[in-house]
Design a binder for this molecule. Structure first.
Ligand code: 4F9
Length: 242
């Protein structure tokens, strides 16, 4: 899978060379191609932005420069995503859907934004990573690339994606490792038992409990089994601890 990032700050994407994304690129499972929009300025001062028509604060990225940057990477099967607080919220369902694409062009805006005409012309989908404003679309682009890459075949080796947070609509169960006793607190007995069926059952219950206590909103879109309904009823009668 190829990600083509259009940005004025290509150096911000150096981070993608480390850890799992770095390995995935070495293995040619993904390719993160970072394009500096400034290279497509035809101005002798390499100008990429100008003051907004109608007045107001800040600068707006010029449409022709962004368009040439886009043309340098676009193919028949590329999909253009614009990272913007006006976009649809990113969630795990959207992440999985995007992982099926061959070629994504991720457009990052800076300053007060990008001239609307080029957005109308090239953008297929506007995506937000949350209801807050950032200095630019670069961090959101990295969030998108990271979350989508995890679904690309071979990127994750030991952990199976299906077991994790959100994949079934619930939060993950708690994890423990050595030592068996830390500051007087013991690892839950069942995890030391070697009884795989009981461990599986405990984890499923903890997953439900964690979701109920920390993110009850996630349960609104989750289909509960009869067993899960029973567990939830018990939890609702408990006195909340913290
Ligand atoms: C993009 C914020 C996506 C949240 C882009 C300033 C942004 C953003 N999600 N903020 N530029």
């Amino acid at each position: 899978m190829q990600f083509n990032v259009l940005t004025l700050f290509p150096e911000m994407f150096e981070i993608c060379k480390s850890s799992i994304l770095g390995k995935a690129q070495e293995k040619k499972l993904i390719d993160i191609n970072v394009i500096n929009i400034r290279d497509f300025s035809e101005n002798k001062h390499k100008k990429v932005d100008d003051t907004p028509y109608g007045g107001g604060a800040g600068m707006v990225m010029m449409p022709d420069v962004v368009y040439r940057a886009y043309q340098s990477v676009q193919t028949e099967n590329s999909k253009v995503i614009y990272m913007s607080p006006k976009g649809k919220p990113l969630n795990q369902t959207k992440v999985e859907e995007l992982s099926k694409e061959q070629n994504l062009i991720v457009l990052c805006g800076h300053y007060e934004g990008i001239d609307e005409r080029v957005l109308d012309k090239i953008v297929d989908e506007e995506i937000s990573i949350g209801d807050y404003v950032l200095t630019g679309g670069e961090l959101p682009a990295m969030v998108l690339i990271d979350s989508v890459s995890r679904y690309v075949e071979g990127v994750l080796t030991d952990t199976s994606i299906q077991e994790e947070s959100f994949s079934k609509g619930l939060l993950e169960y708690p994890q423990y490792t050595r030592p068996e006793i830390f500051e007087g607190v013991k690892v839950p007995e069942v995890l030391l038992s070697g009884h795989h069926e009981n461990i599986e059952k405990w984890r499923k219950e903890k997953s439900l409990e964690t979701t109920y206590k920390k993110r009850p909103d996630l349960l609104e879109n989750y289909k509960l089994s009869n067993h899960e309904k029973e567990i939830l009823e018990k939890l609702k009668n408990e006195v909340p601890s913290k």
